[in-house]
Design a protein around this ligand. Structure first.
Ligand SMILES: C[S@@+](CC[C@H](N)C(=O)[O-])C[C@H]1O[C@@H](n2cnc3c(N)ncnc32)[C@H](O)[C@@H]1O
Length: 227
């Protein structure tokens, strides 16, 4: 076992456990889907739940449901925070995931906090007419800047955007990936957010990199009906 694996095990063993339902979902995702490693997993799942609890959002947006692991974790946070009428809207663009994901969400203990929709979050989320206090961006890495610009006007001042995979397995600093479209998408996003005066931001080196972005009060250009 490598030092990194040992440290990962140590971290997981000294953090809250994932419950049995999430453990089964994690395993089923790995068995029944091609890209099982895309799901959040134990450590990031506990972090997402805790960040929801700390932020106490009314409405949360997720870009990229996949098998529902992160959605269920965030909904656990919503249930525990107890904000009246709180809801997670989670979008999955790949309709082939619906048959797998919908039963896992509907059979979970937090299904009433989750509104799962098939569609492009960048197109569909603005149609909801909802202002979000939190968003988890975990969709197409090539479209991160576009996704960010689509959802930023939907955020309440003080809202938090979490962007996943922003270190992209270290490829962001590896010249061998200079022609890889996903790496280029993440690099463009990281530069874009760094230079964006509408937000505060910090990259946390958890798992594959998680950027925490806090929306400042005057982030709206005045064009959005929600602002
Ligand atoms: C990394 S996986 C999501 C993993 C999940 N959030 C989790 O942590 O368990 C990314 C998913 O985003 C979906 N996706 C990509 N672009 C999207 C978009 N614009 N709107 C909705 N879903 C999108 C992909 O089809 C894929 O299933």
């Amino acid at each position: 076992m490598t030092d990194t694996q040992q440290l990962d095990d140590y971290i997981v063993n000294h953090s809250d456990p994932e419950d049995e339902y999430l453990y089964r979902l994690y395993r089923a995702t790995n068995i029944h889907t091609i890209h099982g490693r895309m799901q959040s997993g134990h450590l990031q799942g506990r972090l997402l739940k805790m960040l929801v609890l700390m932020q106490r959002p009314k409405y949360v947006l997720e870009v990229g449901t996949f098998s529902g692991y992160s959605a269920i974790c965030m909904a656990e946070g919503l249930r525990e925070a107890g904000v009246d009428g709180s809801k997670l809207f989670t979008f999955e663009i790949n309709d082939e995931m619906e048959d797998f994901t919908r039963p896992w969400i509907e059979d979970s203990a937090v299904s009433s906090w989750i509104d799962f929709r098939i569609g492009d979050a960048c197109v569909e989320a603005p149609k909801l007419g909802v202002a979000f206090d939190m968003a988890f961006v975990d969709g197409d890495k090539r479209r991160y800047v576009e996704t960010y610009e689509a959802i930023l006007p939907l955020m309440n001042p003080g809202g938090i955007i979490l962007a996943d995979n922003t270190l992209w397995d270290g490829h962001v600093i590896d010249p061998a990936y200079d022609h890889d479209h996903q790496t280029l998408g993440i690099r463009a996003f990281n530069d874009h957010v760094r230079d964006d005066k509408r937000v505060e931001k910090v990259i946390v080196p958890v798992r594959d990199g998680l950027t925490i972005i806090r929306v400042l009060n005057d982030h709206c250009s005045g064009q959005s009906v929600l602002c």
